[in-house]
Design a protein around this ligand. Structure first.
Ligand SMILES: CC(C)(COP(=O)(O)OP(=O)(O)OC[C@H]1O[C@@H](n2cnc3c(N)ncnc32)[C@H](O)[C@@H]1OP(=O)(O)O)[C@@H](O)C(=O)NCCC(=O)NCCS
Length: 166
């Protein structure tokens, strides 16, 4: 499969050209932390550099950068993290676009790229969790868990500890 075919085409925005990169192995976790803090992404507020490193070791990090000619190294303006068990389930995390460049298709390109990313393998489904953007995902086919054949269940590790299970 042609790798270049799978990467989204650069996107023209009023702020300039946005290009897309798979930066799993090359991104500086400190840059990610600064970006997510600057964009006030609440669920990453207490994420440390060490946690970013561990997350990058088991998932893929797809980015969008504002660049003059589609080259690596421009300002980070979007990110999506992708995880897969390569057999049944893949999951999208950390879907974020910089506030000054929202509404131009950056997140849509990142999500569509994640959904066709070959690293995922042959899985049965993609899942994600969202508090604020539930209306964004149906355009890609996502539906609420209670509308599907099974219910999504989870438990916090603090609850497990309280029960003596961890
Ligand atoms: C949600 C988010 C990633 C969308 O990024 P984006 O690059 O602006 O998205 P796109 O330009 O590809 O798509 C824009 C479309 O999504 C819709 N959209 C954007 N944010 C939305 C939200 N929070 N809820 C519902 N719809 C949303 C827009 O109305 C627009 O719809 P249209 O195409 O019908 O006009 C961005 O708003 C963001 O970073 N929000 C803060 C972080 C967040 O909540 N992330 C989702 C975590 S699961």
């Amino acid at each position: 499969m042609d790798r270049d075919f799978l990467v989204p085409e650069p996107l023209a925005t009023p702020q300039g050209t946005v290009a897309f990169f798979d930066e799993t192995w090359s991104v500086d976790p400190r840059e990610l932390q600064i970006f997510f803090q600057a964009e006030q992404v609440y669920w990453t507020a207490d994420r440390t550099i060490e946690q970013w490193r561990r997350l990058l070791a088991c998932s893929r990090l797809l980015t969008a950068r504002l660049v003059p000619e589609g080259h690596r190294g421009g300002r980070l303006v979007g990110a999506t993290r992708l995880w897969s068990d390569h057999a049944y389930e893949a999951k999208l995390y950390d879907v974020v676009t910089a506030q000054d460049i929202m509404g131009f298709g950056v997140a849509s390109e990142l999500v569509k790229w994640a959904l066709r990313h070959p690293w995922v393998g042959e899985v049965h489904r993609f899942v994600l969790e969202t508090r604020d953007a539930a209306e964004f995902y149906p355009r890609f086919g996502f539906r609420m868990g209670h509308e599907m054949e099974s219910l999504h269940m989870r438990v916090k590790t603090s609850e497990l500890q309280a029960r003596g299970l961890r």
